[in-house]
Write a protein that binds this ligand. Structure first.
Ligand SMILES: *[C@@H]1O[C@H](CO)[C@@H](O)[C@H](O)[C@H]1NC(C)=O
Ligand SMILES: *[C@@H]1O[C@H](CO)[C@@H](O)[C@H](O)[C@H]1NC(C)=O
Length: 989
């Protein structure tokens, strides 16, 4: 101790005299005009404690004085803080006013530009209040170093800067608006190309957050002195010139967050000096070359969220200096090479979100310096690997969204440095050990969406004093709240998730919280009123509030206006809320309050929510007219669901301007009059459901102009008239997949041309099994997630109506039942080969069943009952191997019922009421003269047969389960599992 103190004292003494040594030995007092220029510069700017963001910032200019008023100030500007003079000439050659709390504007008149001997100028981290970079900067022609970063400069970078051809280092990065992050500087004219053409001596170029919006000029590859190139978030696009990687001195290359920048990694020569490479958030693709092992100086490699594929080369073992390796969210496959265990300097390792084979992690115990391990979403299906126990420096452990099994391992408690533990979305089970309170440094605990069970005494968890994120949602836990009056001190939370925790009251730990931005208390047993105290603290901070699926009846103070001023997501669905609609703040983007007992009208105040994108008030008792202003926020509103209320009157002329509306469901109300033609402005519309109202209109042909319209449900209204005779040829419902016109007063023939325009039903769309929905990508503070809003619909099958909470993206259905259509079923209906469900029942159709129906190879449900169809049942129908529901009852059909695989499963009720039909399943046996119909033999071409076979095999996985009700859960929720997925961490931003 005593020994090591001595050199420290010596250093202090040395530092103490260093300042005076310069001025006493060199005796070069500064030139008066330069000190006057500096003082003038000082005078024109204010000192403002908010002007700099560096916590160590202080006002360097405060000590600048001309006369020795105070003892330690000097008239010699060369000794002023931040100023350096040339030893011989005495001219000011360097000015470092970074982080000096300077606030105000700089113009070309600034006295700064009189300091023409300046070689270094650093004004970083101040607030120049959106000044443009003055053109007179070109007067400082001796500059080799210029740093104007992070200082609120704005506008186009002047071409005068091209005259500073001696620049070795130029930093104009991070000039962004403080709150919005909006980029303030542009480099367009001059362009990046002309910049690198003229500044040929550049060694360091930092242009992060400068709006460049161009391709990366090939000529950067000529600036052979470059050691650092930093172009993140510049809007770069096109292909990144590979020769830039070959610049002989390049050590730092950062082009992250240029979402349209493509490129690939070239072969690297031995001893390439690259130390740090960040391509995060670009669309670089291809494989990592094995020659990446030649980058033996590499310390950081960040390719998160690119499009790389292939396997991780085992040559990584040579990169022994690596401290940060970030490969997450690509499409890497194969095995993770165990040679990564060679990277013993690694501190950050992120492999999340790839498609590795059989991940085993036994090798990881060698990486004892790891502080961050991000293995989210990697298909790890084992217990939490024991090799992690060795990583005692870990502060961040992310293992969410895997298939981890087993219980909460006791050895995890060895990782005493942990500040983030994320185990969400696995199959972990058993109890949460009370020893969890031993993680003294824990800030984030997310064990949501597992099978943990048992009782959790919240008091144990509250011992984690640094906890800001607590996510226990979606387990089988019973949470015991601290007893009232117990004086446990409660951490300041930002995120609290206690969904499905068997809570019967609002948790008292929410009292006095004032930094909470995410609160999830859905799916509990909380009864009664929402108490006023839960919002007192977090009025300004709360952005996400989910109280759905409880037994809440209203608000204690019954405010019309909810108090959370920053709220973005409010979910109150499936409670028993009564009274008028509570109005959240205008910042709200998602407002879900379906399945309550809300009543009264939609207040005009709701129209003030001008960021509202999703509004679901379905299944309430709301009434009155729909306010027309609801369409005013049209630019944002994309999902509007008012199903099952008591609204009346005409549907107002909403959406008079182009809008983003994708889904509108006004079904089960009492709307009257015409369908407003203004809906034609909603060119993004995909789903329109106005069923079960009193709309009195003719067929809205104009909907055919909406290019993305997939679902139209007009069921149970009073639409009338003939469709066939008035259909225009040029109209096309080219994206339509589901059309339901049932229970109306349409008449005339089946609208052949309308059916013919349904291009998207003419073939089977072979897509992945997904559902029609709207995805919203949201990010709130540290949380990011995808909210999915499924389009639901009701389908009548064999007279039973059922609501499907989700619609498969490839589902197709035509329902024209219960109208007054007459005449024959057009033969061309067989062209709709991709149809899953056809319902023409309860009309006045005549003539035969067209054999072409046998072409609809995907048909699962066919209802032709209650018409006047005649003739025989075409044997082709027996070939429809997916047909699981058929009804031809109550027609005038005759002859043999075809016998075949599917037909043998139908009950006799499917054929009842046809006096001329015979054969199984009916009891009427056929006379021997009535031969069973057989298929005409056709020479099938080999190809087609081969195709047909494969077709059926493939289709098995595509059964919609329409008729059998498989896989489609009933329900009304339009909310997918969601979670606060903590987005970014680690060093690089
Ligand atoms: C580029 O630099 C040269 C001197 O090196 C200078 O003469 C010229 O004006 C500069 N170009 C522009 C557009 O300023
Ligand atoms: C960049 O500038 C263009 C206009 O030149 C603008 O349209 C674009 O939004 C800007 N990009 C960013 C990220 O600010």
């Amino acid at each position: 101790m005593g020994l090591s103190l001595f050199p420290f004292l010596l250093l202090l003494v040395h530092l103490f005299f260093a300042g005076s040594l310069v001025s006493t030995l060199q005796r070069t007092d500064c030139h008066t005009h330069e000190s006057l220029a500096l003082l003038q510069f000082k005078k024109n700017l204010n000192i403002n404690s908010f002007a700099s963001r560096d916590p160590h910032a202080y006002p360097k200019t405060a000590s600048w004085k001309l006369h020795t008023e105070a003892e330690n100030s000097s008239a010699d500007c060369c000794s002023w803080d931040g100023v350096e003079c040339d030893g011989k000439t005495g001219h000011v050659v360097s000015l470092d006013l970074s982080s000096s709390l300077l606030y105000g504007s700089i113009t070309s008149n600034s006295s700064l530009f009189k300091l023409v001997f300046l070689q270094r100028l650093d004004l970083a981290d101040n607030n120049f209040n959106l000044s443009e970079i003055p053109s007179r900067v070109a007067h400082l022609s001796r500059l080799t170093y210029l740093n104007l970063s992070n200082s609120l400069f704005s506008g186009q970078i002047p071409s005068a800067i091209l005259r500073l051809s001696g620049l070795v280092s130029l930093d104009l990065s991070q000039n962004v608006e403080i709150y919005s992050g909006r980029q303030l500087l542009e480099l367009k004219n001059p362009s990046l190309r002309s910049l690198v053409q003229n500044l040929t001596k550049l060694e360091q170029l930092f242009l992060g957050d400068v709006n460049i919006t161009s391709a990366v000029p090939e000529t950067i590859g000529n600036v052979s002195s470059l050691t650092t190139l930093s172009l993140q978030k510049c809007g770069l696009f096109g292909e990144f010139p590979p020769r830039i990687f070959q610049l002989p001195k390049l050590q730092y290359l950062d082009v992250h967050s240029n979402q349209n920048l493509t490129g690939f990694l070239p072969e690297f020569r031995p001893n390439t000096p690259l130390k740090s490479l960040s391509l995060r958030g670009t669309v670089f693709s291809g494989e990592l070359p094995a020659s990446i092992g030649n980058l033996n100086s590499l310390r950081d490699l960040d390719v998160r969220g690119c499009n790389f594929s292939g396997s991780i080369p085992s040559s990584f073992r040579n990169l022994t200096f690596l401290t940060g390796l970030y490969l997450s969210r690509n499409s890497f496959t194969g095995h993770i090479p165990s040679s990564l265990s060679n990277l013993t300097q690694l501190s950050y390792l992120s492999l999340a979100g790839n498609y590795f084979d059989a991940v085993t992690l036994s090798w990881i115990d060698k990486l004892t310096k790891l502080t961050v391990l991000d293995f989210d979403n990697m298909n790890i299906s084992s217990e939490i690997p024991y090799s992690i126990a060795n990583l005692t420096q870990l502060s961040t452990l992310h293992l969410s969204s895997n298939q981890l099994t087993g219980s909460f391992p006791y050895w995890l408690m060895n990782l005493t440095q942990l500040s983030q533990l994320h185990l969400s979305g696995n199959n972990l089970q058993g109890q949460i050990p009370s020893s969890i309170s031993g993680f003294k440094n824990l800030e984030q605990l997310d064990i949501s969406w597992n099978n943990f069970s048992g009782v959790v005494e919240l008091e144990t968890i509250l011992e984690l004093k640094n906890l800001t994120l607590l996510q226990l949602s979606g387990n089988n836990l019973s949470i015991l709240l601290p007893k009232p009056g117990s004086n446990v001190s409660i951490p300041k939370f930002q995120v609290v998730g206690l969904r499905s925790c068997k809570l019967t009251e609002f948790p008292n730990i929410l009292e006095n919280q004032n930094e909470l931005f995410w609160l999830e208390l859905s799916n509990n047993n909380i009864h009664g009123l929402i108490p006023t105290w839960i919002w007192n603290g977090s009025k300004e901070s709360l952005q996400y509030l989910d109280l759905a699926n409880n037994f809440l009846t209203g608000f204690e103070e019954s405010p019309v206006l909810l108090p959370w001023s920053a709220l973005r997501v409010l979910r109150l669905s499936s409670n028993v809320l009564r009274g008028p609609i509570p109005i959240p703040s205008p910042t709200t983007e998602i407002f879900l309050a379906s399945q309550n007992e809300l009543s009264g009208e939609i207040p005009r105040r709701l129209c003030d929510l001008n960021s509202l994108g999703t509004l679901d008030l379905s299944y309430n008792n709301l009434s009155g007219l729909l306010p027309r202003c609801l369409g005013n926020s049209a630019n944002s509103l994309s999902f509007l669901k008012l199903r099952s209320n008591k609204f009346h009157g005409t549907i107002p002329l909403m959406f008079t301007k182009a809008s983003n509306l994708r889904m509108m469901d006004l079904s089960l109300n009492k709307f009257q009059g015409h369908l407003p033609r203004s809906l034609e402005n909603c060119t993004m519309l995909e789903h329109l459901d106005i069923s079960s109202n009193k709309i009195n209109d003719s067929f809205p042909f104009w909907l055919g102009n909406l290019p993305y319209l997939k679902v139209v449900i007009l069921r149970s209204n009073t639409f009338r008239g003939a469709i066939a005779s008035s259909f225009q040829n040029n109209q096309s419902f080219r994206s339509l997949q589901i059309i339901d016109l049932s229970h109306n007063h349409f008449n005339g023939e089946i609208p052949r041309k309308l059916l013919h325009s349904l291009d998207s039903i003419k073939s089977v769309a072979m897509e992945k099994l997904t559902y029609m929905k709207e995805n919203k990508y949201l990010s709130i503070e540290i949380c990011g997630w995808i909210a999915q809003f499924h389009y639901s619909f009701t389908l009548t099958n064999k007279g039973t109506e059922r609501e499907y909470a989700k619609i498969q993206t490839f589902l197709t259905a035509i329902d024209l039942s219960s109208n007054s259509f007459e005449g024959p079923i057009p033969d061309s209906i067989g062209d709709l080969r991709g149809l899953f469900s056809l319902n023409l029942s309860n009309n006045a159709l005549t003539g035969p069943i067209p054999p072409s129906l046998g072409n609809m190879t995907t048909l699962e449900s066919l209802d032709l009952s209650h018409n006047s169809l005649s003739g025989e049942i075409p044997p082709q129908l027996a070939e429809l191997s997916f047909l699981s529901s058929m009804d031809v009852s109550y027609n005038h059909l005759t002859g043999h019922i075809p016998q075949g695989t599917q037909f043998s499963t139908f009950e006799s009720g499917s054929f009842d009421g046809n006096w001329g039909l015979c054969g199984k399943p009916l009891l009427t046996e056929c006379q021997s003269s009535e031969l069973p119909p057989t298929l005409p033999t056709v020479d099938e071409d080999e190809d087609e047969e081969g195709f047909g076979f494969g077709w059926k095999v493939v289709l098995v996985g595509y059964s919609t389960g329409l008729a059998i009700g498989l896989g489609l859960g009933l329900g009304f929720t339009s909310w997918a599992q969601l979670n606060c997925i903590v987005k970014n961490f680690g060093r690089t931003q």
